[in-house]
Design a protein around this ligand. Structure first.
Ligand code: ATP
Ligand code: LTN
Length: 332
């Protein structure tokens, strides 16, 4: 809450091409809050460098992620859309929060365990303290709700713990945020291994459907999706692959699982997979078209980036100033 206004905040890393997991689990839901909340959606480039990035690609993806926010329906006049490194308060508050976060808490984070196993040659301190930078993002804006996929729930809960700890010592500093997750779509699974989350940094590009994939590519990937030896399209325990495809189809068409089971009664997996690919493309084609238009106008994007950073800075400065004062930092 900021000046009586409810706040929604979230971020996406420009660490790869965005997937339908990012879309269904996060970005698609961002615009649901535009009317009732003051919304901040950030391209978190500082988070992305916890894993090595090629500079030119990071730069390109930062523009692309911002363009994709807009193409997915986030109006820059109604939402504050900006890039994390343009607002230096994020890194400053993160340092302070590091001093209120326990080593044991960070050690328990699943994402840290997964990413340090995946990047064993580069287990850097930033990867370890990643959740305090995320807490800083959220707390700087006195956020009420954080729309995320389920994999980020643990980080938002840690953010709540840090904020409560800080508030106990220095009362009324931070709003305590709530993670909110889409009912379906909060965890889209890999097409190659449906027990694993679909992830934009997966090296197997066949496991992942990107928002910007063309129609043939989408259909080809769904056709190759790992399923089971059953032939009947029904949602059941142990049928991870088919369950995942049914969830994706449900998210893109708005149909319930029961409706989907009825629709494909007597039809095989092959037919169903093609229908999933077509529904996915039909829903994303307008996003792709808008994305290409926005990305073509770099000066427009840069102007929006600047405007977003100025808006965000105003809020961030206020919270950081309050925190510094409470801590006893001398103001000059
Ligand atoms: P990386 O592979 O680089 O870790 P990622 O694909 O996990 O990236 P993030 O930038 O970390 O994506 O996540 C952005 C948002 O998308 C977060 O809210 C996250 O919870 C959500 N998200 C990511 N993957 C999925 C998924 N497979 N299903 C649902 N939501 C997802
Ligand atoms: N950690 C998140 C991205 C992220 C975020 C945030 C999400 C960074 N800062 C603030 C919500 C709120 C991720 O890896 N998906």
């Amino acid at each position: 809450m900021f000046n009586g206004q409810l706040i929604s905040y979230s971020g996406v890393q420009p660490s790869g091409n965005l997937t339908i997991g990012n879309y269904l689990g996060a970005i698609k839901n961002f615009s649901l809050y535009s009317e009732k909340y003051k919304c901040f959606y950030c391209v978190v480039d500082e988070h992305a460098i916890t894993v090595r990035q090629v500079p030119a690609e990071l730069r390109r993806r930062t523009y692309e992620t911002l363009a994709l926010y807009m193409a997915c329906g986030l109006d820059p006049d109604k939402n504050t859309l900006y890039v994390q490194s343009h607002v230096h308060e994020h890194a400053e508050l993160a340092w302070i929060l590091n001093c209120f976060t326990m080593f044991g808490e960070l050690s328990r984070m699943t994402q840290f365990k997964d990413k340090s196993a995946k990047h064993s040659e580069n287990v850097n301190a930033g990867l370890f303290t990643y959740p305090t930078l995320m807490a800083s993002d959220i707390l700087l804006y006195q956020t009420d709700v954080v729309p995320v996929g389920i994999d980020q729930k643990q980080h938002v809960e840690l953010c709540r713990d840090i904020a409560e700890r800080f508030n106990q010592i220095f009362p009324d500093t931070f709003t305590i945020p709530e993670p909110i997750m889409a009912k379906s779509g909060m965890k889209i699974m890999s097409l190659a291994d449906p027990t694993k989350k679909m992830s934009k940094s997966d090296e197997n590009t066949n496991a992942v459907v990107y928002i910007l994939d063309d129609k043939d590519t989408m259909i080809r990937k769904f056709k190759r999706a790992v399923t089971d030896s059953d032939t009947c399209v029904r949602f059941a325990e142990g049928k991870d692959g088919i369950n995942n495809l049914m969830s994706i189809y449900s998210c893109f068409t708005g149909k319930t699982i029961e409706e989907i089971e009825r629709e494909f009664d007597g039809h095989g997996y092959g037919e169903f997979k093609i229908a999933v690919g077509e529904a996915c493309y039909d829903a994303l084609a307008p996003v792709q078209q808008k994305f290409n238009e926005i990305l073509a106008d770099k000066s427009y994007l840069e102007a929006q980036m600047k405007k977003g950073a100025e808006e965000a800075s105003w809020y961030a400065r206020r919270t950081l100033g309050k925190v510094q004062k409470k801590l006893g930092f001398v103001k000059i």
